[in-house]
Design a protein around this ligand. Structure first.
Ligand code: F6P
Length: 258
């Protein structure tokens, strides 16, 4: 029976990877909306993927924030070897999250668990255009930004557009515009409609979607029935080398919809 279950999941993983034209898909059984432990299992798969995918030499791993990523970070294990050294950086400057789920905190936790190094990116949330441009000239900020741009791996989640807009306290006007443009997904501070087209971009520093296109290792982690629309929309234009780590509930629902 166990073998059959494995084969069934294997089939599902292949179908989903081919649907999205991405390199790989890994599916955890269950539904992360209802079972918290499923997100812990995403974390274990991220850990395994990093162990296998990160080459020897110096790696720079860019990490996004969010509740999924915060839990994933708890499951990362030591990644350092005599030949492999890892530096973790937040993928983007603050985008309005609570401290414990900000990319800075999540990447710091991942670095600690991986026995790697960490650099934080200190950019406050509420800044005038002018102050923002002045900050960008700061050597300490410039050096972290340069590292982020050199990252060879990124780990991120995918969120529901309106949920993320509310959580990040975007203005009423912005939320109305997101609704008018039928935004359903958010990742990296970009909002996407059902076709995977970008409909809004939060002006913040760090990785851009363009940077991610050429990155050798891209791990996207998101599951639960509630995120089906978001996952489907974002994955339409995701970089081909992406590995999607999701759960059975989302996978079945996505495949039912085609
Ligand atoms: O902010 C980073 C991020 O990973 C986004 O890419 C995504 O939209 C969001 O977090 C998901 O948040 P959560 O894991 O809490 O659903």
């Amino acid at each position: 029976l166990l073998m059959e279950q494995f084969t069934g999941m294997d089939q599902l993983e292949k179908q989903l990877a081919s649907l999205f034209s991405i390199e790989r898909c890994l599916i955890v059984s269950g539904n992360s909306d209802e079972q918290g432990k499923v997100i812990g299992e995403f974390g274990e798969l991220v850990d395994e993927a990093l162990q296998r995918q990160l080459p020897d030499g110096r790696n720079i791993i860019a990490v996004m924030g969010g509740t999924t990523m915060a839990e994933v970070a708890r499951h990362v294990s030591p990644l350092e070897t005599a030949k492999r050294h890892n530096l973790f950086v937040p993928a983007r400057g603050g985008i309005g999250e609570a401290v414990s789920i900000q990319a800075n905190s999540v990447s710091a936790l991942m670095a600690a668990n991986a026995h790697g190094e960490h650099r934080a990116l200190y950019v406050p949330e509420q800044l005038s255009e002018e102050a923002y441009h002045t900050l960008l000239k700061e050597p300490s900020i410039r050096s972290v930004l340069a590292m982020i741009k050199e990252a060879n791996c990124v780990v991120h989640s995918i969120g529901r557009a309106l949920h993320m807009a509310a959580r990040r306290k975007m203005s009423e006007d912005e939320i109305i515009r997101l609704k008018q443009k039928n935004a359903v997904a958010e990742s990296f501070g970009y909002f996407f409609d059902e076709n995977g087209a970008i409909v809004h971009k939060v002006p913040r520093i760090g990785l851009s979607l363009e940077d991610i296109q050429k990155m050798p290792t891209v791990l996207a982690v998101a599951g639960g029935k509630s995120k089906v629309k978001a996952i489907t929309a974002y994955m339409k234009n995701a970089p081909k080398q992406t590995w999607l780590i999701t759960d059975e509930a989302a996978a079945n629902e996505i495949l039912k919809g085609i």
